[in-house]
Design a protein around this ligand. Structure first.
Ligand SMILES: *[C@@H]1O[C@H](CO)[C@@H](O)[C@H](O)[C@H]1NC(C)=O
Length: 959
């Protein structure tokens, strides 16, 4: 979090020369970032030259070879009119899952024989370690990938490599100029460098302009930003000179692109080169602490995932740009008159993208789908899937900057109970520390141990904040140790970097250093971090990193990390490495304790999904921020990091009660669900709202708690194959053109629940877009929604109502007994809810484990699939049960499916008052109530006292 007040004081004290408010102009635009400006100019130049444009990159034909799933060659870049060239090693790898990876390095820098411009401590080669931190698998090469054509046409020297699980993909690697066309089943889907914007700033020596010689070619190349650059009074020295990488990537026949979070705009990304309703700036990925961020903007935010998908009817493809440096992405769309491979509506458009990064390798992964799920699965194989969370972490989280004392915490806890409001975790922001020294407690928290034990009594937990800036002060052992062991980030000259953050003067832990992680672990043991216990988890904030007096509120790019890499190279990875250090620390805080860590992070990169949750940072208590949260969270979900939330109520400001209520109703469906508030805002715990608001908010929270089994099942799917938790409609309805840009409603997991949060003041009707001709029921009263595929239906939504529909054909499990925390519901019985489709079917699943340990990896879980067809509801295990049941699984023997609710029950059930239950070789009957349709309400049936074990296979028949 950021305080305008504190910031103003600091800014006034530290930066007398600059304005106090941190707004849009405090962050770079493309033309204030030298490499972005140059690469964009290259694009303009190429466009203006038309057919005369020649990309100066050519594959050296003699150098090319294909072996064991890899194409290798050298690209020659012609660097001047004399025809001098530099050599760029190229590798195109083909993986067993059908992913193609194009990597380009620079030979000269690889050989390390270049000279730095000044006496910096940095490595000389291009940064090549992003993969070590980001990739966790999926790299096994497809040794059967083979050249199927050489010298395709006499005039175009090229190789065609066939690859993919069924050999359905082809990479057409053209030599002169270098470009690659990716085809699926013969149709071109993605092209790289077909617009000729590939650019790799090769190493060069700085040429000082000679006195009076304005015509010196090398010096003229220098636009004033190649060797150093100044912004907002900070000068970035560039010891290696220019080294940007740029590439155009075209999606052929694709009208929509999604992904590259985090930004505040729509899910379907906008064009970025100006014009009506378009942005004029590229999307930027450079993790920053953006104070009071603006909406509908391509401006950067706190986290970056350089992964993009393109979608048209029946096909999704994608690219992952593995580069951790500052990155900008331009998007334009081009109508193509006749696309020979046009497949359905939307295919008359090509979406052209232009990726620009400041340094590092060119390393791009190409996914050819054909479904969004295929692309997400492939991406997750590479970067990892979402960690299965602590179950408490998906309950409701009560946070505020700050709960001021241990008594305050206990008081909130008591009041939540008094009002019957469930929550799982209470959070402490920075004020709990003694003077912003992490791992210490302010004197107002005299008895942290007592506080934590008290929470534990009803299954609740505590999260405390720990940030990467370590206070630079005497008599603080943490900073003394970090300095003594040399584990902090350094200045370019090798001395320890000092900057300002919450504690004032601070140093930053360098979590790229494995030794720093080892040291970090020692700080979290229960013996060392006194007052913490097993039910205490962590919040990592400010890890972009935020440096109040640094360029764009972060670290200087020429700072130096472990192993001599410049901050420039690794900036977007910084947050993830710190998050990881904390993750490793929680894993090891007590020998033999194997709980899943829970850590919230603000900054993130591709791969952070393996470590915990993220939230959208410092939003505002306004209706437009509530509205912006939905597309932001959907975008996170399809970028492989679905454990995401937005601060409920809005961080800055005071929401009125209607806004606060509507925000809770939306938050019910956020994968990460936390209420949070700025230090200057009024107290706003749900019980403070007064009636009718407190009752309405409580009902919303109880809805979340009843749906926890369905949410947990959705997390399991995300953990297994990258399925998003909130599914945008282009994902669920990939053939429905009119659904592709819908981003204000979504489906929840596999429940078939279609939700549209109300995000406007005074609004009591929701205009819900219905993507198909299936039957939809109102979740709360089972009325059949009058719908037509592709049309909007008006759903009444007074303040106490959340627009939630059940799509026919889905089933899910719920827990209906309201309790104080998820932990107290652990062994409650389930209700199975099935909404019948037009054809009289419903399907669904339940995944459940102990929600806490790693025993699920040893088969200690229940995973059942439910099917309702005709007159029978059945439950069958998805996997065989483990040989030996542990403690939790044994306890689940006493947990039953108590009730089955069938919405849209067949009329043939009307004559029955009992159902026949069969399980474990026994048969018995259970009472059945059939309620015929009435008015607009569907028929429904309830089977009570079903009495089947949730972990067993069973059948309930109405015959
Ligand atoms: C996380 O820490 C482990 C243990 O030190 C290390 O092996 C791994 O590379 C780190 N990953 C990231 C993303 O920092």
């Amino acid at each position: 979090m950021r305080s305008s007040v504190v910031w103003a004081c600091l800014a006034a004290a530290l930066l007398p020369q600059s304005a106090v408010a941190v707004k849009e102009h405090d962050f770079k635009k493309c033309d204030q970032s030298g490499f972005c400006k140059r690469n964009r100019a290259l694009a303009d130049n190429a466009a203006a030259s038309g057919a005369d444009w020649a990309s100066p990159y050519t594959v050296l034909a003699d150098s090319a070879s294909v072996k064991d799933g890899q194409f290798q060659a050298t690209i020659l870049k012609t660097i001047n009119a004399q025809g001098d060239t530099v050599r760029l090693p190229l590798t195109v790898s083909f993986t067993q899952s059908g992913v193609a990876r194009v990597t380009v390095d620079e030979e000269r820098r690889q050989n390390k024989d270049i000279e730095l411009r000044h006496d910096s401590k940095v490595r000389k080669e291009r940064y090549n370690e992003a993969e070590k931190l980001v990739l966790v698998g999926g790299l096994e090469l497809d040794k059967t990938a083979a050249v199927v054509e050489d010298d395709f046409e006499a005039s175009t020297n090229q190789k065609v490599v066939r690859y993919g699980p069924e050999g359905q993909f082809e990479a057409h690697i053209q030599y002169s100029p270098f470009s690659v066309e990716f085809k699926r089943d013969g149709a071109t889907e993605i092209k790289i460098n077909d617009r000729g914007l590939f650019n790799m700033d090769h190493w060069r020596a700085k040429v000082e302009p000679k006195e009076g010689d304005a015509t010196d070619a090398a010096a003229n190349e220098d636009d004033g930003t190649l060797w150093e650059e100044t912004f907002g009074g900070n000068t970035d020295t560039k010891p290696r000179g220019p080294e940007s990488v740029g590439l155009d990537i075209s999606f052929v026949g694709y009208d929509h692109v999604y992904g590259i979070p985090s930004h505040t705009g729509p899910l379907s990304l906008k064009e970025t080169r100006g014009g009506d309703g378009k942005y004029s700036e590229p999307y930027r990925l450079y993790n920053l602490d953006v104070f009071e961020y603006i909406l509908d903007s391509p401006m950067t935010l706190y986290g970056a995932i350089p992964f993009m998908q393109a979608h048209r009817q029946g096909s999704t493809v994608g690219v992952f740009w593995l580069n951790a440096a500052e990155t900008w992405i331009d998007i334009t769309k081009q109508k193509v008159k006749s696309n020979p491979m046009a497949l359905g509506a939307g295919a008359e458009t090509d979406t052209q993208t232009h990726w620009m990064s400041e340094s590092g390798l060119l390393d791009v992964f190409v996914f050819l789908g054909p479904t969004t799920q295929d692309v997400l699965k492939n991406y997750g194989e590479l970067t990892g899937y979402t960690a299965l969370p602590q179950e408490s972490a998906i309950g409701y989280q009560q946070c505020r900057w700050n709960y001021v004392s241990d008594d305050d915490v206990k008081d909130v806890d008591r009041k939540m109970d008094k009002f019957g409001i469930p929550y799982d975790i209470i959070w402490l922001d920075i004020e709990y520390t003694d003077g912003k020294k992490y791992f210490t407690w302010d004197e107002k928290f005299a008895d942290p141990k007592g506080m934590v034990e008290r929470l534990d009594e009803h299954g609740r937990k505590l999260v405390v904040i720990i940030d990467p800036h370590i206070k630079n002060v005497d008599n603080y052992p943490v900073v003394a140790e970090m300095k003594q062991k040399e584990l902090a980030v350094k200045n370019k000259d090798g001395s320890i970097f000092e900057g300002w953050c919450w504690p004032g003067s601070s140093h930053w832990i360098d979590a790229f250093n494995p030794k720093a992680i080892d040291w970090w672990k020692t700080l979290f043991t229960y013996a060392s971090f006194k007052g913490t216990a097993e039910n205490v988890f962590i919040w990592n904030d400010m890890n972009e990193p935020s440096v109040f007096n640094g360029p764009e509120t972060t670290m200087p790019k020429d700072n130096v990390h472990h192993d001599g890499w410049e901050h420039r190279d690794v900036h977007n990875l910084n947050g993830m490495t710190f998050h990881n250090a904390t993750y490793q620390a929680l894993l090891s805080r007590k020998a033999g304790e194997l709980r899943r860590p829970f850590i919230l992070t603000r900054s993130f990169f591709a791969g952070s999904q393996r470590l915990g949750a993220m939230w959208t940072g410092d939003n505002q208590a306004s209706w437009d921020h509530l509205a912006a949260a939905t597309p932001m969270l959907l975008s996170q979900g399809i970028a492989g990091f679905p454990f995401a939330g937005a601060d409920v109520g809005g961080f800055f400001g005071n929401p009125d009660k209607e806004l606060q209520t509507r925000w809770y109703q939306a938050g019910v469906f956020y994968p990460f669900f936390r209420g949070h508030a700025h230090i200057d805002s009024r107290r706003r715990e749900p019980y403070m709202a007064g009636e009718p608001y407190t009752t309405i908010i409580t009902a919303a929270l109880r809805l979340r708690y009843s749906l926890l089994p369905a949410f947990y099942t959705a997390f399991h799917a995300a953990h297994t194959d990258g399925t998003p938790i909130l599914k945008p409609l282009f994902y669920t309805h990939p053939d429905v053109e009119s659904a592709f840009a819908v981003d204000d409603e979504f489906f929840v997991g596999s429940t078939g629940l279609l939700v549209k949060p109300i995000v406007d003041a005074g609004k009591e009707v929701a205009a819900m877009y219905i993507p198909d001709a299936e039957v939809y029921y109102d979740y709360f009263d089972y009325s059949v929604v009058p719908t037509e595929a592709g049309k909007v239906t008006q759903m009444p939504a007074p303040l106490d109502t959340i627009p939630v529909l059940m799509r026919g054909g889905h089933a899910f499990a719920r827990r209906d007994q309201p309790r104080r925390s998820s932990q107290l519901m652990k062994f409650d019985d389930y209700t199975l809810v099935a909404a019948l489709s037009k054809s009289g079917k419903a399907e669904g699943e339940l995944y459940v484990d102990d929600g806490d340990s790693f025993d699920y990896e040893k088969g200690q879980y229940i995973h059942q699939r439910f099917v309702l067809e005709g007159s029978t509801v059945s439950s069958k295990a998805v996997d065989a049960p483990p040989k030996k049941a542990g403690k939790w699984l044994k306890a689940m023997d006493d947990v039953h499916v108590d009730k089955i609710v069938v919405v849209g029950a067949p009329a043939s059930w009307s004559g029955f008052s009992a159902a026949t239950v069969t399980s474990g070789g026994k048969t018995w009957t259970a009472p059945l109530d059939y309620v015929p349709p009435s008015g607009g309400r569907a028929a429904f049936a309830i089977v009570r006292h079903v009495g089947v074990r949730v972990g067993a296979d069973w059948e309930v028949a109405v015959v």
